[in-house]
Ligand binder design. Sequence first.
Ligand code: C5P
Length: 402
Amino acid sequence: MSTLAGKHLVLGLSGGIAAYKSAELCRALVKAGATVQVVMTEAAEHFMTAVTLQALSGRPVYTSQWDRREANNMAHINLSREADAIVVAPASADFLAKLLHGRADELLSLMCLARPIDQVPLIVAPAMNREMWLNPATRRNVAQLRADGVHVLDVGQGEQACGETGDGRMLEADEILEDLAAFFAPKILQGQSVLVTAGPTYEAMDPVRGITNLSSGKMGFAVARAAHMAGAQVTLVAGPVHLPTPRGVQRVDVQSARQMLDAVLAHVDAARVFIATAAVADWRPALAAEQKIKKDGSGLPPSLDFVENPDILATVAQSPRGVSGALFCVGFAAESHDLLAHTTAKRLRKGVPLLVGNIGPATFGQDDNALLLVDESGAHTLPQASKQALAIALITHIAKQL
Ligand code: C5P
């Protein structure tokens, strides 16, 4: 998540059992290249020790506004001025109520109140029992905090430490990390709608067997995540893959190429950009048997006939909106050799303004990739990097073409 690299964050912990997740969050932020200054309320220290967070952040933790380490004795001013953002996770119901009223009777709330409001955003990850979360007082406080410009993250849903089940859990550390990475990303696709296909397709030959390929979906999911980070409304049509849905992205799961085409056609009218990263099976068995095909004892394999699948990208690119450019279409080419020649030829064949070439066997299932962007002005290489970093670079390139 490169948008967090070089950022300096104050990570504030108020009192809540979810504080155990903040240790993980602190570690993840540091791993993402951020520096983290932890500030804890007295209540937070009942759930997590400052020693743990000092070890994970590599910096002494502040817990008191009377901390004598600061030469001017103004930790609330000094720490808030140097931050790119203050992130309060967990933000308890009580802490939200304090923020709402501008209370400042301990270091963390004092720092939130004293921060330069236009330069240091305040992001809070609420954590509380479901009844507390649903209480009209909390509903009111959250609405008012949002109106005051505080960035209130969602809550998770599920089993709570108290034994009850419902809304109010703090998001997991990786979810908060993803939301923070999105927060810092430039909003170059704000207000745009992006449709992405990803993963392989699965073409059944009988109820238990079929043909598919080794696409992991990682590149397409990274593209969908990058588009969302850039501010777009994103729909991701995914073949059978084992990947979590990028936060904030609407996902439609499909199996076959024909289902993928139907899902794409159902969503494409609303889109400004269509990015086809899916490795769609070129052919499917002409007939999918209703029952499992059994060995008949002859020693001969069953004879299978194949028919060609619809070309989703070409269909969309050749639609009136694709041809006019109202819909910007991007294709991918997974090749094994002669990348430039094949990618250039495929761009013309598919009739798209931008085609992205990559070496299939080298990238399927991997976290890294290298891309060759081919458009009418020529070819442009994005060298080996994580798929997420490449996806951000690709989205940046696409945004410039719109
Ligand atoms: O022709 P080829 O499969 O190499 O083209 C790859 C590009 O076309 C990818 O963007 C892929 O998602 C898209 N495609 C498609 N429908 C197909 C085959 C490929 O959308 N049936």
